[in-house]
Design a binder for this molecule. Structure first.
Ligand code: HEC
Ligand SMILES: [Cu+2]
Length: 348
């Protein structure tokens, strides 16, 4: 009787796992996402069926064989030793089950690894506290959304400028850490247009919880090309150099204020307003940072002159307001710093 009830519940759980409309809540944005879903259905169906039997018998036995009021206070239950047949089966059945599970998992894992290598190559770089993206023919970095065209294989190289972050797009069913000094790769082919959140999955600092604001946009080729052209133009004057190594002397000669202005709107406006010093966003307002009689000194106590501003941009600075990221975290080359200082120097 108990077995029959548990069997009915187990069958119901299996049916539920296989019919649950997963994609209504979490679209399968890339080709391999559906295989991952199949694996999840298989695992949750078999897992919950097993759980229902184990937990069901446990509860039933606990009630059916509980101590009776008439039992002597020191009575103990029947002592049973060894049951070869039972032990054989409860070893063999889970073993087979885990084998099947690993074969199915490895097969899907291989399909994900063997996604085509030709196609679009994008680089995603984790920062405290955002992701930036590099594309083959766009200067500098794209800092808001990551766009990819439908049905074109993508090779995504992941790395980090500061600490370990995790790049996770639930709609892709794929996730990988971004590790400083290491490039890891995931490949996928987008199959469903839409906007999908990118979430950081490693506790990477005080604003880690803010790292769920960016999106992966999958769109048709024409819209993608339009977006791509837009960033090519927007970043036309931005330097393509990689971030400079800390400690290297920066020549402020030849800083280009217009390029600095473009870069400022790309990399600094998340934390700084072009407003008076006390209008704080994360850091202070930077209007007239080099020419403000009310604030002759910088936050690090040094006189506001171009060289000291450059030093803050290069090395970062942590004070009472929080952390100003260093050049390597912000992805700034020495030329970028010269351009930014030239721009900040024009603000009066
Ligand atoms: C993650 C947030 C963040 C980003 C991004 C950021 N800053 Fe800052 N910045 C700060 C904070 C916070 C401070 C103040 C640190 C303190 O004193 O506590 C600061 C301080 C500064 C100062 C010193 C201001 C003064 O009056 O002394 C300058 C100059 C500056 N930032 C320039 C920039 C530029 C240029 C960029 C873009 C490349 C940038 N920052 C990007 C957070 C940020
Ligand atoms: Cu992060």
């Amino acid at each position: 009787m108990v077995t029959a009830v548990l069997a009915v519940l187990a069958v119901a759980a299996i049916v539920f796992c296989y019919t649950f409309p997963l994609e209504r809540y979490l679209p399968a944005a890339i080709v391999t996402a559906r295989q991952v879903d199949e694996l999840i259905r298989f695992m949750s169906a078999t897992g919950s069926a097993l759980y229902i039997f184990v937990a069901g018998y446990l509860v039933y036995f606990a009630i059916a064989f509980r101590a009776k009021a008439s039992d002597a206070p020191d009575a103990i239950g029947v002592q049973i030793h060894d049951n070869r047949k039972l032990e054989f089966w409860w070893t063999v059945i889970p073993l087979l089950f885990v084998l099947v599970l690993s074969i199915v998992s490895v097969r899907i894992w291989y399909e994900i690894l063997l996604e085509p290598e030709n196609g679009l190559v994008v680089e995603a770089i984790g920062h405290q506290f955002y992701f930036s993206f590099r594309y083959p023919q766009i200067n500098g970095e794209v800092t808001d959304e990551m766009h990819v065209p439908l049905n074109v294989p993508v090779t995504l190289n992941l790395t980090s400028a500061d600490v370990i972050h995790g790049f996770w797009v639930p709609a892709m069913r794929l996730k990988n850490d971004t590790v400083p000094g290491l490039v890891t790769t995931i490949r996928f082919t987008p199959r469903l247009a839409g906007r999908y959140p990118i979430i950081c999955t490693q506790f990477c600092g005080v604003e880690h919880s803010e790292m769920d604001k960016q999106v992966l946009v999958i769109e048709d080729k024409a819209s993608f090309d339009r977006w791509y052209k837009g960033w090519q133009q927007k970043n036309a004057r931005v330097s393509n150099a990689l971030p400079g190594a800390s400690g290297q002397a920066i020549s402020l000669q030849g800083g280009d204020a217009a390029a600095g202005k473009a870069l400022f709107s790309q990399k600094c406006t998340a934390c700084h307003k072009l407003a008076p010093f006390n209008q704080t966003l994360v850091g202070p307002g930077l209007e007239a940072v080099l020419h403000d009689p009310a604030h002759p000194d910088l936050v690090n106590g040094k006189a506001a002159n171009p060289a000291d501003v450059a030093s803050i941009l290069e090395n970062g600075y942590t004070g009472s307001m929080g952390a100003m990221p260093s050049a390597s975290s912000n992805g700034l080359s020495p030329q970028d710093i010269a351009n930014l200082v030239a721009f900040l120097n024009t603000l009066k």
